[in-house]
Design a binder for this molecule. Sequence first.
Ligand SMILES: Nc1ncnc2c1ncn2[C@@H]1O[C@H](COP(=O)(O)OP(=O)(O)OP(=O)(O)O)[C@@H](O)[C@H]1O
Ligand SMILES: [Mg+2]
Length: 296
Amino acid sequence: MAKIECPKCKKVIETTGLVTVCPDCGADMREVMEKLARFGDEAARPKLGKDESMTTHEFIVRTKGLKKIYRMGDVEVPALRGVDLDIRRGEYLSIMGPSGSGKSTLFNMVGGLDKPSSGTCFIEEVDMAQLDAFELAWLRCRKIGYIFQTFNLIPVMTALENVTLPMIFAGMGSDEMLERGAFLLDVVGLGDRLHHKPFELSGGQQQRVAVARALANAPAIILADEPTGNLDLQTGKEIIDLLKRLNAESETTIISATHDLKMIDVSDRIVHIRDGQVERIDERADIDLEVGTLGE
Ligand SMILES: Nc1ncnc2c1ncn2[C@@H]1O[C@H](COP(=O)(O)OP(=O)(O)OP(=O)(O)O)[C@@H](O)[C@H]1O
Ligand SMILES: [Mg+2]
């Protein structure tokens, strides 16, 4: 709890960092909150939200022998051929590989959107295959935020409504929901676009809304499947920087499939996938070395 003073009525308010308007006079508190976040005590820092229920397993995601075979009539398409991958908590991991190498398939398994043909995927050491439908829905809603190449916003809903939708599923009260939604849109730089619908926003802005939506329930993991795939260079860079900032500030684990070389710069590790298998993994130190020798 931090104490802040309303700039208009001077009332001192106790807050956990989410208040955006004075509960007494309705004055805009964001500027005060921002100042406190930058210069004030740590407790007053607006919380992007850490997953409070999190335990301290070193690996937030582990896959063991993950295989996926799609069946198209008589034809079998092996999309994953045995993936073993340990992903550390708080890591920024990029998954790179040619088109058709299995990146999205791997995401669908890790995100609980599809089931593997064989092998196991653990989230915080829980075997996802052991969860019933309700538990899986809970995990997807609370633990994982999803970002897709095509934004996947609901066109008839405003930015704020899109962002608060997952909060409804999580059972958040409406005041808190609107406050958090506005706060998250502010975090991604869209504090002045709350009531715009997707078609009234640029591609980069739509992806920012999708980032805010992914953060709705303070997930432990963000899965981003080619989040910059439909964006121009500069806008793509802004989204990457935003994801990196969230990763650093809220310790959210970011797992991103990408063809985008700009991602290399911010990643702790890069997993290269080819033909449904892990080809090699580059650690940050190796990446620095490669980037350092680029100009030679
Ligand atoms: N639903 C599906 N049914 C049948 N085959 C599929 C299905 N989804 C993917 N595949 C096949 O599985 C393989 C891996 O596809 P996946 O979408 O995971 O690749 P990707 O690495 O994400 O490619 P991209 O970079 O183009 O997005 C491909 O050969 C693809 O044709
Ligand atoms: Mg894909």
